[in-house]
Design a protein around this ligand. Structure first.
Ligand code: GLY
Ligand code: MN
Ligand code: MN
Length: 368
């Protein structure tokens, strides 16, 4: 991440804190942590944290971590004072709050275990600190991307397509869903990705009726439909794309259904622009599928993508917020029939003032 972008983000957080009359914000969510500091260490499970940011309304921000990550944090986050805790994060937090006169401390209420919160609350009570639960403060900033982020999201998407194309060319009857998923994830890393942005979905035939199918040992047979939903992380930024095709020659039923989903996707993409709500875009795509005589998909039409593969905003019936220029969202209608299979097509777009820029090239020759 560029230092300028990082500085600008910190400045914005500090402005928000001052406006809300908060003395500091404790950041515990790993994606928010990375977004603000550039620190890449991931958490493993909800009980284990690779660190916290303590951002005061004025002055130097701190990165609190343990000795496993001190050197990494210092290298990746030069705008932060890195403080290493040996006896637990709370003791260090208590010391830093006291030293910098923090009286009102905000924390990310969506990312705090209840047990951790109870310990934090006990410390706060002992020290006369007021805790303020905050929800979505950094996520709201993350939803709108700057030029540097847009560049990385374009590159992430291009790399994702390249990986798909390279493995697609090798798919043949007899391969299992798990083998293809593994080949995709291996190729991602070989081609320069940090790794997958979520567990790769490869589903044949009826397995594709499960929108989030888990790859099995099922072997591909000629004529099976194949749904692949894949994404990778490139320099911190995620991609997410779904392609559905037939191994061999598609029959007319498949062609009709594929075209119906594609039409819904194009209608959704055509509706994306600043000022419309996520619900409106969702409704337009959904209605296109219903008008073609199909049942609407149970999931939302799409979601924001950035440092996390699922982030704000939501394109769904509950997406009441207006889209803004610089947001990046997926458009991914699907059609699912338990005794037949499923088709989902997913592309990423950048929201613009008068429309959107489609990030995927769709040069895979899969259009019917
Ligand atoms: N890969 C999960 C999704 O498309 O949202
Ligand atoms: Mn996806
Ligand atoms: Mn998606």
């Amino acid at each position: 991440m560029s230092r300028n972008a990082e500085l600008e983000r910190l400045t914005r957080v500090q402005q928000v804190l001052r406006r809300k009359r908060l003395d500091a914000l404790l950041v515990s969510q790993p994606d928010n942590r990375r977004y603000l500091s550039g620190y890449t260490a991931p958490d493993h499970g909800i009980q284990e944290s690779a660190g916290f940011l303590l951002i005061p309304a004025e002055g130097m921000p701190h990165l609190l971590t343990d000795s496993r990550f001190t050197l990494q944090a210092e290298a990746e986050s030069p705008l932060f004072q890195v403080d290493t805790y040996a006896k637990g994060m709370l003791q260090l937090l208590e010391k830093l709050c006291k030293k910098s006169g923090v009286r009102t401390l905000a924390f990310e209420s969506d990312y705090f275990l209840h047990s951790s919160f109870l310990r934090l609350a006990a410390m706060a009570e002992k020290r006369g600190l007021t805790l303020q639960a905050e929800s979505g403060l950094i996520e709201k900033m993350r939803a709108i991307k700057d030029e540097h982020e847009l560049r990385l999201l374009r590159q992430s998407t291009q790399l994702n397509e390249k990986v798909f194309q390279s493995v697609y060319n090798t798919i043949e009857p007899g391969m299992t869903e798990r083998e293809i998923a593994l080949a995709l994830e291996l190729t991602m890393r070989e081609m320069g990705a940090e790794g997958p942005s979520f567990d790769t979905i490869v589903a044949f035939g009826t397995n594709a009726a499960r929108p989030h199918a888990v790859p099995t040992d099922r072997e591909l047979q000629a004529g099976d439909l194949v749904l692949i939903d894949m994404g990778l992380v490139y320099q911190g930024y995620c991609s997410d794309m779904t392609r559905t095709f037939v191994a061999g020659k598609p029959d007319q039923t498949y062609i009709d259904r594929h075209r119906a989903v594609r039409k819904a996707m194009l209608a959704g993409i055509g509706a994306v622009r600043a000022g419309v709500t996520g619900a409106e875009v969702d409704r337009i795509a959904r209605q296109t599928l219903i008008d073609a005589g199909y049942e609407a998909f149970g999931h939302g039409l799409g979601h924001g993508v950035g440092v996390a593969v699922h982030e704000e905003p939501r394109l769904s019936p509950r997406g009441t917020k207006q889209l803004q220029a610089g947001m990046v969202v997926t458009v991914e209608p699907g059609l699912y029939l338990a005794d037949w299979g499923g088709i989902r097509l997913e592309n990423m777009v950048i929201v613009g003032e008068d429309g959107c820029e489609v990030l995927n090239q769709d040069t895979t020759g899969l259009d019917l």
